[in-house]
Design a protein around this ligand. Structure first.
Ligand code: PMP
Length: 447
């Protein structure tokens, strides 16, 4: 069992100055399980108690090359010498924009932002400005950041699948004005008929459809190719802009993102995470006619820290490596080896399972096939995963405590990481089986 004495003590101190003792609410894992990181290198992190972990969260995806990559960090030191931000432009913006347009098919122009939230917020504003419409369509289970328009979700957890009704649309957070709800429409992923019906009813009032074809915050549940292609056709028919949110998938599942795997070109795409290997930078890219609406008198876009010289240097070097080396193929191959190892462990214990997403970011399911939308997740057995995740953490593996966050691979995950992971995985599965067996015995004794 790992020792968290120092993390626990620091948690109590941090609570006196930081709500929940953390800087981002998702980092709070409970009073005695919230850990504080000392450092990260490659595919591993060390907490302040000296526990070493193989990390499959990677900061929710950014560390695509691994933490503290020497090449990227050397580039950022050089970026520091440039001087930060000037409320003026630098030459490197063109270099990075050009690289993105060459890597992602159909993208003509680029603007930068600092985070995924900012990028998607700008993309939606651009779509509204360009179309002159306010309403928009989201896909259940998607996550697009912490801005009001993106904070509407289907309450699948509180929904009864036998009810014959849609899950209620609720906000992720208090403080989101209820008056905004009428602008957001939600559809279940991969339901073609439902998509057609929704466009027939609301299509002429929609500015955009926003979709994450591999849901990076919902078990890597994946859109079928024909579904996204239908979305493309319906958007064209109704004058709606298709926004593909590649904040998690971009520069990860392929050089050209998930859109290139699906053969669909959106009007606007948003990128963040992997493009800077952890430095804060994001991008909004799209086709020329739409992107030219970022202009005076049209869609507003900007920001003091936009295209900071350190982040831009990180992006230039990260994208160069992803474009010019085999890093993406290597980390996907690692993901396949990990899936193979996990499958062998589960098979040997007779546990039915499947994988969703892409080898570079995948979910593990305890069912013969993965769900194809968020509603179907509700009927899958995720309690086994949620229990197992705690044992994985106790045994040196960082994964989200909630099954909806997929596992992320990086180019620095190596044979040692794989061996440590599979050892921990076997132990975590057995501990979970013991626990579930004990629960069953207790239930039987009670009956
Ligand atoms: N879009 C997607 C698909 C995301 O996964 C996230 C973050 N997890 C965001 C947008 C928001 O990005 P950020 O946290 O950088 O604001």
């Amino acid at each position: 069992m790992r020792d968290l004495t120092r993390s626990n003590a620091h948690f109590r101190k941090a609570l006196t100055r930081l709500p929940l003792g953390v800087a981002s609410t998702f980092r709070y894992w409970g009073e005695d399980r919230t850990i504080y990181v000392a450092r990260g290198k490659g595919g591993r992190v060390w907490d302040i108690d000296g526990n070493r972990y193989v990390d499959y969260r990677l900061g929710y995806g950014p560390a695509i090359l691994g933490y503290a990559d020497d090449r990227v960090d050397a580039a950022t030191r050089q970026g520091m010498d440039i001087g930060g931000v000037f409320a003026l432009s630098t030459e490197r913006e063109y270099e990075v924009a050009d690289r993105i347009c060459r890597m992602v098919p159909g993208m003509d122009l680029v603007r930068f932002s600092n985070s995924g939230t900012e990028a998607v917020m700008s993309a939606l504003r651009l779509a509204r400005a360009h179309t002159g419409r306010d309403e928009y369509l989201l896909v259940e289970g998607g996550y697009h950041g912490l801005f009001d328009a993106a904070l509407w979700m289907a309450d699948v957890e509180g929904w009864d699948p036998r009810s014959n009704r849609d899950p209620e649309v609720v906000s992720y957070s208090r403080g989101v004005p209820l008056s905004l709800r009428a602008l957001a429409h939600l559809v279940p992923m991969n339901d073609m008929q439902r998509l057609e019906d929704t466009f027939a009813r609301h299509g002429d009032r929609l500015a955009a459809m926003v979709i994450e074809p591999i849901q990076g915050n919902c078990c890597a549940i994946s859109a079928r190719r024909d579904y996204v292609q239908l979305a493309r056709r319906l958007c064209d028919r109704h004058g709606v802009l298709l926004i593909i949110d590649e904040v998690k998938t971009g520069f990860r599942v392929a050089r050209g993102g998930v859109q290139s795997l699906l053969g669909v070109v959106p009007d606007i795409a948003t990128f963040a995470k992997a493009m800077g290997n952890g430095y804060p930078i994001a991008a909004i890219a799209g086709r020329e006619e739409v992107m030219r609406s970022f202009a005076y008198g049209k869609a507003a876009h900007g920001g003091t820290y936009t295209a900071h010289s350190v982040s831009l240097a990180a992006a230039a070097e990260t994208l160069r490596i992803l474009d010019e080396t085999t890093a993406l193929a290597d980390l996907a191959a690692y993901g396949e080896r990990l899936q193979g190892g996990i499958a062998a462990i589960l098979d040997s214990r007779g546990i039915v399972h499947s994988f969703s997403g892409h080898p570079s970011m995948f979910g593990v399911f305890f069912a013969a096939a993965p769900p194809d939308n968020y509603r179907a997740w509700k009927t899958s057995d995720y309690s086994f995963y949620d229990r197992m995740a705690r044992h994985l953490q106790d045994n040196g593996i960082i994964c989200e405590p909630d099954s909806r966050e997929p596992l992320f691979m990086c180019a620095a995950h190596d044979a040692d990481c794989l061996a440590d992971t599979l050892k921990a995985f076997g132990r975590a599965v057995d501990l979970t089986l013991d626990e579930t067996g004990q629960d069953a015995a207790r239930m039987a004794a009670r009956d």
